[in-house]
Design a protein around this ligand. Structure first.
Ligand SMILES: O=C(O)CCC(=O)C(=O)O
Length: 328
């Protein structure tokens, strides 16, 4: 299914609600994504330069493209490769906050698409991720989960839209996502926190939602977007190629869904800390990205950075939903 300027047809919206996912082809032109690709390449360059100056890196592969430069460095020294990756992603993947990431979150096609499903009062959250899926890196193989497993339980009944955007073409070989169609209809299922899965939440095989539809491996081109509900079970496959599978996943919700857009942590820290139901992920800043009712609330890049910084510094607690388990 393809579309112009992000607006979904009724048929696409109906498919999304029925199946729990939707593939939207050609939402972005190559140029739309190139700005972010360039920014990532610059971020890699910056860290490499620092490591070289500190005498920790000699071979820097300056003429290698975004898909392979970091792979070569990992092969020479995995620890140094990880340092460069964490410089971009932040630990846990949610640290990237470059201008081009913000521009993608606010891209008119992206907002139009989110609006088709959630209406015009749109909130986005800092639970967006940059994924640098380096070949062979087991930490980058994400086990079966529903995104709601990571959110507070009082948001299970709300729709939070995940928009998964590959920056390169994705296939089974380079670690695309797998999705269980219609799994969102079952509601939240039990997750575990497994030490041997790098802190990811896991749905054990016996708890995977049953579906009359077979699992789908979502092989799509850069420029396309995969939409998921927060209850759609999905995972990602290992990257068995020689190139990095770059992607980002963004999250949007209606302003009616619990959020912290009107709160500043330093103004009411104690109240905020006591109330884990304030937002769907209280430790992370939500921000308004589109509003017909209160357009003045829409953040610009500086506002986005300020909100992220304020929440990050406060370090709020999070609901502990699932039992830890060592063996899986
Ligand atoms: O990109 C990946 O490998 C996993 C993405 C994912 O699980 C998500 O966006 O929730």
């Amino acid at each position: 299914m393809s579309l112009k300027e992000g607006e979904l047809s009724n048929e696409q919206i109906e498919f999304f609600h029925r199946e729990g996912y939707l593939i939207v082809e050609n939402l972005f032109q190559n140029d739309d994504l190139n700005a972010l690709r360039r920014e990532l390449a610059d971020g890699i360059d910056e860290k490499i330069e620092q490591l070289r100056t500190d005498g920790l890196l000699t071979e820097t592969y300056p003429s290698e493209p975004l898909e392979t430069r970091l792979v070569k460095i990992y092969r020479d020294d995995e620890e140094i490769g990880r340092q460069i990756m964490y410089h971009l992603e932040g630990y846990g993947g949610g640290g990237y906050h470059g201008k081009e990431m913000f521009n993608l979150i606010q891209h008119p096609n992206m907002l139009k698409l989110a609006e088709s499903i959630l209406g015009p009062e749109l909130v986005s959250s800092s639970i967006y991720r940059l994924r640098t899926k380096v070949p062979g890196d087991k930490m980058k193989v994400v086990p079966w989960h529903q995104d709601s497993g990571y959110f507070a339980s009082h948001c299970d009944s709300h729709l939070i839209l995940t928009c998964w955007i590959p920056l390169v073409d994705v296939s089974v070989e380079n670690g695309c996502l797998e999705v269980i169609p219609r799994s969102h209809r079952v509601g939240i299922v039990e997750h575990h926190k497994c030490a041997d899965r790098h802190g990811y939440l896991v749905i054990k095989d016996e708890n995977l939602p049953e579906s009359e539809k077979p699992i789908i491996a979502v092989e799509i081109k850069a420029g396309s977007v995969l939409l998921l509900t927060n209850l759609t079970a999905h995972c990602s496959l290992p990257n068995r190629t020689d190139e990095i599978r770059w992607s980002v996943d963004l999250r949007y919700q209606s302003a009616k869904t619990p959020n912290n857009v009107d709160l500043w942590p330093e103004e009411n820290p104690a109240d905020y800390e006591k109330n884990l139901e304030i937002a769907c992920s209280p430790p992370e800043a939500d921000f308004v990205v589109h509003s017909n009712r209160n357009p003045e609330k829409v953040v610009d890049f500086q506002g986005f950075l300020q909100r992220r910084e304020a929440f990050y510094e406060q370090g709020y607690p999070k609901e502990k939903r699932w039992q830890p388990e060592n063996a899986h």
